[in-house]
Every structure is written in C-alpha cells, then in structure tokens.
Design a protein around this ligand. Structure first.
Ligand SMILES: *Cc1c(COP(=O)(O)O)cnc(C)c1O
Length: 483
C-alpha cells in the first residue's frame, strides 16, 4: 500500500486540539452533565473522534474522490456493462423540482406529468422490443430477469403445465442461472460451438416437455449475433417453451432488429446500460421487462394505463404476479431513459447502434494483430480477446494487461468473462467514444504488450493500492479502523 496523504484515514490525519469550528462562549448558566443525563448515559472517556480543521476534511474527501475512475474522467471499455457517457442534460432534466419533489403517495391526479412520462416509456420500450406489454417496475437487470421468469411461471401454472427447466447457454451472464433458480426453476446449460454460437444440436437434445424457458443473449457476450435465432425460437416454441431475451445490452440492435420479431417472448432492458443511466459504483438501475400479449396478464402491478387524456396506475389485474418493488421502480433512472429515448428518436437510436458496432469493429481491427480474438473477424457492440499467446510466450496474463492499463489512464476491460474463453478480455468501446480515444487505447494496449513481464506483474504502479488479494478483499473486507 502506498500510503499517500489522500489515502490516509481521517483518524491518521488527526492532530489533538484541531477544530473545524469555534463555538461562542456559552451564554446560559452551565450545569454539570450528571444533572442533565442519567449516569448510565455518560461515557467516562470522550469518543475517539478525529480532530481536524475544516480544510483538512475538505481536502481529504476531494482528494479521495479523484482516486476513482469514472466515465466522466476516463475511457471505460467494460464489456457487457456498457459504460457509455451519461449526458448531463438528462441529469438536469431528471433533477427538475417537479420530478424530485414528487411523493410516491401523492394522488394520481397531481402526478399526471410523471405518469405520462412513464406511460410513454412503456410504449417506447414496447416498440423497441417488438413486444406489446411492458412493466417498468423491476429495479435492475437481474431483477427484471427474475420478474419475467416469475411471469413465465405464472403463465404455465395457469395453463396447468408443470415445466421445471430453464435452458441457458454456457456463455450467459451469471445473473441468468441465478434468476432462474430464484424463480424456482432448475437450470441446464447449453453448450456453445467453437465459433461461440449456440450449439443447436446440444439444445435439441435438451428440449423437452419440461422446458419452461430458453434464455438467450443476442448478440451474445462474445459480441456475436446468433443468426440461428429463427431456428432456435421455432424449436423452443415447438415443445411449448418460451424464449427469453437478455436485453441488458441492446446497443448493437436498437432500431435495427427487434427481439419480438426474431421470436422472443419476454425480455428485460437495462436502462442504466443501453439508455445511458449512470451506473458506476453500483448506483440505482432499473430493469423494465417486455412480454408478448399472452403473457401480459401476469405482469407485476401496477401498470400505467391511459383513460381518455388521464393516466392512472392500474392495480386491477387478477392474474398479476403482484408487486415486485415498493412504489414505482427507480423513477429517476426511468426519467433519464425517457429523456435519452426522446432526444434520439427512432433514427437517432438506430445511429447509436450503428456507431456502437462501428466503434467496436474499429477497435477489433486495430488490436487483433497483437491480441488474438478467436471468435469472429467481425463483432457487434463488443468483442472478446484471448491473449493466450502472451501467456505462453512472455508469461503475461490478461490480469497483468488490465492492471497496467490503469497506469495508462484507462479503466480496465471486463476480464475472465465469459468463462468459455481462456484469458478473456471483453472490450466494449460504446458509441460515445471518439476515434482519437480508440486510437489512444489501442496504442496503450500495444505498448503494454511490449513491456517487460516483471513490470506488468507488479502493475498498477500509480494507484494507492496495487494488487489487493481479490478474493480476500471481497470476502473479508476491513471496514473498521482500529488504533
Ligand atoms: C449487466 C447484465 C445483466 C445484469 O444486469 P444488472 O442491472 O447488473 O442486474 C444481465 N445480463 C447481461 C448480459 C448483462 O450485461
């Protein structure tokens, strides 16, 4: 640990007698504490609080804030997570007093503006999905997955069918199997081919009258669009199953193709990825879902409906799975999404997809000569490099590359995911980055591969903490200072 001033704790910076404020002399008669409080409530020693001046405290927190990387400060090619620039305009609109001062228990008649925004959001998401019915309620992508699977489960129960299994490709995001288990299903993996697509032969073997849902991410986490999707959805439907589309990342297909058109029955969105909601540091997201007509009765309540020119929350839905969130989703994120969708319009959204795909292919073409990308000469919005050559020839791992990128001022890409690619480095530039930034990133990556292995093993060299034990840091974080 390089214990610079910015990373010292307030307790370590404390100097006895330092104060942030000087109180005026007390102008009422002072009485001993023992007269004011019961004896048991009085500590014998003062609390061990740090003693600091106001500038010390301000500098401490401002300096700490600069140690982080964010989309506003650095290029952030975090594959699958879609860290695109968050337009400040959307922040401004979402924090207008009319938005932030609304109370969730306010009568509907006095919240017509927000209800209209949410109603129109439902309509726009339905159009982009090619699926007619939408719920904005789930709080995050994974929550949307679970909610949609609960909808599927209610649908099968209503049909009197006992379907127990959810099929998931081995390239899928970890939330897919987790959501299926949470929704009460069993999970079976479906293999991928060497090209990184669904192994349809393996899928065929696993399809049965017990199949409830096949979950697919398309384009998948390797950044490949699975052109077999028509055949896949036909086969799943033939055994009476439903097709779930993981739409966390719709960046490559917005306005180009629609999940409903290629056979999906239900899907979720991640507004915090695709629609530019800020989501670094685990901030609030949202996970709206869209489903076909026959699944609509089971959506969570309430849904926003329009009667004449008034909007209201509809709770009278007897087949609904009920609420999955108190109040109405994370409204602030949904408002930012609404602003993003309205600002772009249909043509703009298509352009987002085209630029995201163009940027990813540009970067792919620039780096595949020194960082092999086994699956695909072309990609959609992201691609996965597999620099096993560096491992064999120089002893440099993907982790070394990722750590060293921090020294060059780039956030590291997603690493070691998906699990089916050795030394995976998953890069997603997004459409909001300039060619100059992509060139600089490719150049940095190349220079790093030419550096001595020893230097990389100890990278990063410029951060306060270099290489924490990742497992220990997650399992046993030290959250308390002790003198
Ligand atoms: C991010 C992501 C999810 C999960 O979304 P959260 O909002 O983090 O819960 C699911 N699937 C894929 C493909 C993702 O990239």
């Amino acid at each position: 640990m390089r214990n610079t001033k910015a990373t010292q704790l307030l307790f370590e910076l404390s100097r006895p007698g330092c104060r942030a404020a000087q109180l005026p002399k007390c102008d009422v008669p002072e009485r001993p504490l023992t007269e004011l409080l019961p004896a048991g409530a009085i500590q014998s020693e003062p609390a061990g609080l740090p003693e600091l001046s106001e500038p010390d405290v301000v500098r401490h927190f401002v300096n700490l804030s600069t140690l982080n990387m964010s989309v506003d400060t650095h290029f952030y090619p975090l594959g699958s997570c879609t860290m695109k620039y968050n337009p400040k305009r959307n922040e401004r609109l979402a924090s207008m007093p009319g938005m932030v001062d609304l109370h969730p228990y306010q009568p509907e008649s006095s919240a017509q503006g927000l209800l209209e925004i949410l109603y129109q959001s439902q309509e726009m998401l339905a159009e982009i999905a090619g699926l007619p019915a939408v719920s904005l309620q789930p709080a995050a992508g994974a929550h949307g997955e679970m909610t949609a699977l609960l909808v599927a489960s209610a649908y099968f129960r209503d049909l009197g069918e006992k379907r127990t299994t959810v099929l998931i490709p081995d390239a899928a995001h970890g939330t897919n199997p987790a959501s299926a288990i949470m929704a009460g299903f069993g999970v079976q993996p479906v293999r991928s081919t060497a090209e990184g697509l669904v192994d349809v032969e393996d899928l065929k073997k696993r399809l049965s009258p017990q199949t409830a849902v096949f979950m697919i991410t398309n384009p998948n986490t390797l950044g490949l669009f699975d052109g077999q999707i028509g055949e896949i959805t036909r086969r799943v439907h033939k055994v009476g199953g439903l097709v779930y589309l993981d739409g966390a990342n719709m960046n490559a297909i917005l306005g180009v193709t629609r999940p409903g058109d290629f056979g999906a029955d239900l899907m979720h969105y991640n507004p915090h990825k695709t629609f530019s909601g800020p989501h670094g540091g685990g901030g609030p997201g949202a996970g709206p879902i869209a489903v076909t007509e026959k699944l609509a009765p089971y959506l969570p309540t309430p849904i926003i409906v329009k009667d004449g020119d008034r909007y209201r929350l509809d709770d009278d839905r007897p087949k609904s799975i009920g609420r999955v969130k108190t109040f109405f989703g994370n409204v602030g994120v949904l408002v930012r999404m609404y602003c993003y969708l309205r600002t772009h319009g249909p043509e703009g959204l298509r352009r987002v997809a085209e630029d995201a795909v163009l940027n990813a292919n540009y970067l792919l073409a620039k780096i595949k000569h020194f960082l092999p990308v086994p699956q695909g000469d072309r990609c959609m919005h992201e691609f996965v490099a597999s620099p096993t050559n560096l491992k064999v020839e120089k002893g440099i791992s993907t982790m070394d590359l990722a750590k060293r990128l921090l020294d060059y001022g780039f956030h590291a890409p997603t690493v070691y995911f998906p699990l089916i690619v050795k030394e995976a480095m998953m890069i997603e530039p997004t459409e909001t980055e300039s060619r100059a930034t992509l060139d600089a990133f490719a150049e940095a990556l190349f220079r790093i591969t030419e550096e001595p292995a020893g230097l990389l093993h100890e990278a990063p060299h410029t951060t306060p903490v270099s290489r924490p034990d990742e497992v220990l840091a997650a399992r046993k974080p030290i959250l308390r200072w002790k003198p």
